[in-house]
Design a protein around this ligand. Structure first.
Ligand SMILES: Nc1ncnc2c1ncn2[C@@H]1O[C@H](COP(=O)(O)OP(=O)(O)O)[C@@H](O)[C@H]1O
Ligand SMILES: [Mg+2]
Length: 265
């Protein structure tokens, strides 16, 4: 059984009496432990699809199954990281992580929750900042807190919507490395990750498989397997001929996914 099965999803938004098709006939299966990226330009329905996986939105057609069970709302098996606004500004970094833990692990004692939050803040190297509020932290530090929170929740599935999109290139790469280093659960099992990005290099470095989407209406254009073995050394990898070759093919696909819209529309 696949970890996530998306069966023929369509999604409409109605605004000012006009209906807009954000997703049309999207089907996709994702295996346990797989790292899958949704790659596409803005407006092709990536965030909509992720919010359907999260259970925050219901598609007008089709269904999502997780471990064979139909998704009808948010669940404790999923943790989410967004680009922005995902931390509560009135809570310290540590309180934000504790809050996440409370959502999925209600059986832990107060002390155990605190200890778990500290442990994960340490993993993202924020021990010295745990009592700061989000506004006292840089963008990169805030996203490290968001990652610590998502990982501390110990869910089998991570849903990430352009989590590094607002960061400068160096911080971005360092958080990509951090994410891959923490991708496995404490039991050593790989989490299933669905990662939204419009950054080709980010998609390649992180993913097992890349789903290229196209807009108007949002749908899947192509899917490609990333051939590079893990663990991947970021700096060595991007210097190789194979990487450059794969990258330019992907850029071409990406470009055509957008062009297809212009031809049709
Ligand atoms: N709540 C909404 N109401 C109306 N239209 C929306 C809403 N959310 C998204 N859309 C539209 O649906 C399309 C897909 O949006 P989105 O899923 O955010 O795409 P992406 O994340 O790929 O940029 C866009 O054209 C967007 O304007
Ligand atoms: Mg989006």
């Amino acid at each position: 059984m696949s970890k996530i099965e998306i069966r023929n999803i369509s999604m409409d938004y109605v605004e000012k009496n006009t209906r807009f098709t954000a997703l049309q006939n999207v089907s996709l299966t994702i295996e346990k432990g797989e790292f899958v990226s949704l790659l596409g330009s803005s407006g092709c329905g990536k965030s909509t699809l992720l919010s359907i996986l999260e259970g925050l939105r219901s598609p007008v057609e089709g269904e999502v199954y997780i471990d064979g069970e139909r998704v009808t709302g948010p669940g404790k098996n999923r943790a989410v990281v967004f680009q922005n606004y995902s931390l509560f500004p009135w809570m310290t970094a540590k309180k934000n992580v504790v809050y996440g833990i409370e959502q999925t692990a209600r059986t832990l004692s107060r002390q155990e929750r605190q200890a778990r939050a500290e442990k994960f803040l340490q993993k993202v190297e924020l021990t010295d900042y745990q009592n700061k509020f989000p506004l006292q932290l840089s963008g990169g530090q805030q996203q490290r807190v968001a990652i610590a929170r998502a990982l501390a929740m110990d869910t089998e599935i991570l849903l990430m919507d352009e989590p590094f999109g607002a960061l400068d290139p160096r911080t971005r790469v360092s958080l990509q490395k951090l994410l891959l280093s923490l991708w496995r659960s404490e039991e050593g099992e790989k989490k299933t990750v669905v990662f939204v990005t419009h950054d080709v290099d980010e998609a390649i470095y992180l993913s097992d498989r890349i789903i290229v989407m196209q807009p108007n209406p949002g749908r899947i254009y192509r899917e490609v397997h990333v051939p590079f073995p893990r663990p991947r050394d970021h700096d060595a990898l991007i210097g190789t001929k194979e990487y450059q070759q794969f990258r330019s093919e992907l850029v071409e696909l990406f470009y055509h996914s957008d062009l297809a819209e212009e031809v049709v529309g």
